[in-house]
Write a protein that binds this ligand. Structure first.
Ligand code: TYD
Ligand code: MG
Length: 463
């Protein structure tokens, strides 16, 4: 018998090494190397098979897309699913991936197109139960509980090609072409490869579900990300009802769009106006909250940023942040200390983006700074104002793109003024006031003036 190729494969990043080690040299994770047989069964060597090459200019139709009709989903995919494309949908367990995809599959059958939902995790009865709960039991979605890639491909190669094939999840699939155990990186990669080949050959669009664990213990879908056409992530706070669908990579569309859903007792509801939702439970008039006029792709989105700055007795004060980059918080705090005379070294700082949203734009700097100073000074910010602008290390407020849509959204939701970078001053909107801020110190002075008595009171308490 020929010697088997035994390799140790990192279950986090997929790097292979000949020897076991406690730490993966490629990604630095500990205890992720697992012995895998990475070689497929030996095939008899055969002569190459000739295939036809085609001229580049030919009758290729413009990548035909098909929308599901679920607006929030279609926006994130860039207008619908491209024929023969493969998407990976990642997200924490229990976030609602299966629910979303069952709804998408059902939407396709209304098209009417063939949609097949293969579950490797649940029995058909469980999928049916969910469909009943979602009110989709009467739709033409075809369901099976299967895990063998070869069986799935063989079954679906007969009859009309499905327009959509959902594989829930890629970690449960296995292929005969590799000998590694199901769930390992090699199996996940092999199975994804088999399904991708099926998609390209048949024209069916495939959505693969991938579980992400923070520990990276289970073969993460990381290795699959490079193989697929698009990677979507489904996010949300466990305690919150909002779910955000985000494109991380998309060969056929934009990557900065988000889709917003609300998880209800009867499935996911599309949220057409997320600003109104994120602001609906606003504590009007309390210190430490500022409304940020942000952009998510082409869509303006207003969110509330909450800050709490409280005196501490700890030697190293706490800095905790939810929904924003901790490095940016550190930067804004440093600028406040260095250029605005705001002393924060004796204070714990907490920052939270309301509604479970995660903000990535640097434009949120100004709103975060306003919320922080407002909390420190016990000075509520004007309830009818929104904030946006990037703060540079020198304390200058820098311009950000897409001023007009931000302002229009704010006005639509009943705000009357915006605190903006100097460069946005020329922007004008009927009945809407703009306060241009050149340096962060100016904003701090404004807030401190408004909260002067409170600040003095607070100062006495602190000492
Ligand atoms: P699910 O789609 O199974 O999550 P995933 O596939 O990402 O693991 O959804 C799991 C959660 O969603 C579960 O806690 C129950 C909740 N849920 C609802 O609140 N309403 C519903 O209509 C459904 C189907 C699920
Ligand atoms: Mg599931």
């Amino acid at each position: 018998m020929a010697a088997r190729a035994q390799t140790f494969v990192c279950q986090n990043c997929g790097a292979a090494s000949a020897r076991w080690a406690g730490k993966c040299e490629a990604c630095g994770e500990w205890n992720t190397l697992v012995e895998e047989n990475t070689e497929g069964p030996r095939r008899q060597s055969r002569k190459g098979r000739p295939f036809a090459v085609e001229p580049l200019k030919g009758a290729t139709h413009e990548a035909p897309r098909l929308g599901s009709g679920i607006v929030e989903f279609d926006r994130v995919t860039g207008g619908g699913l491209v024929r023969g494309s493969v998407l990976l949908l990642g997200g924490d367990p229990g976030i609602g991936k299966s629910t979303l995809l069952l709804e998408v599959a059902a939407a396709f059958t209304r098209g009417p197109h063939r949609a097949v939902y293969i579950s490797g995790e649940e029995a058909v009865a469980q999928v049916r139960l969910r469909a009943e709960r979602l009110g989709l039991a009467e739709t033409a979605v075809e369901v099976a509980a299967e895990t063998s890639v070869e069986d799935i491909v063989a079954t679906l190669s007969h009859g009309p090609t499905p327009r959509l094939l959902v594989i829930d999840s890629i970690q449960t699939m296995w292929t005969q072409t590799v000998e590694a155990a199901p769930g390992t990186v090699t199996q996940v990669r092999g199975s994804a490869g088999g399904l991708i080949r099926f998609a390209k050959r048949s024209g069916a669009a495939i959505i693969l579900v991938g579980h992400v664990t923070k520990e990276g213990q289970i073969a993460g879908p990381r290795v699959v990300e490079h193989m697929v056409d698009a990677v979507l992530s489904f996010e949300g706070e466990g305690s919150q009802q909002f779910r955000i669908l985000r494109a991380i990579k998309n060969r056929f569309g934009p990557t900065d769009e988000i889709g917003v859903f609300e998880m209800t007792g009867v499935g996911l509801r599309e949220v057409a106006n997320p600003s109104a939702l994120f602001l609906s439970e606003r504590d009007l008039g309390s210190a430490g909250t500022a409304v940020f006029a942000g952009m998510e792709g082409t869509r303006p989105l207003l969110v509330e940023i909450q800050a709490l700055v409280a005196p501490t007795t700890l030697g190293t004060p706490r800095r905790a942040v939810v929904g924003w980059d901790p490095n940016r918080l550190s930067m804004v705090l440093a600028v406040l200390e260095a250029h605005c005379g705001v002393r924060l070294s004796g204070h714990d700082v907490y920052l939270n983006v309301a509604g479970g949203l995660r903000i990535q734009e640097p434009a949120a700097d100004l709103a975060a700074a306003a919320a922080l100073v407002s909390s420190l000074a016990h000075a509520p910010l004007p309830a009818d104002a929104v904030y946006f602008g990037e703060v540079s290390l020198s304390g200058v407020v820098r311009p950000v793109p897409q001023t007009a849509p931000r302002l229009r959204e704010a006005q639509k939701l009943g705000f009357a003024r915006a605190i903006v970078p100097e460069a946005a001053r020329s922007e004008s909107l009927e009945g809407f006031a703009l306060s241009a801020i050149a340096a962060l110190a100016d904003l701090v002075a404004d807030i401190a003036r408004a909260g002067a008595p409170a600040l003095r009171r607070a100062g006495r308490q602190d000492t």
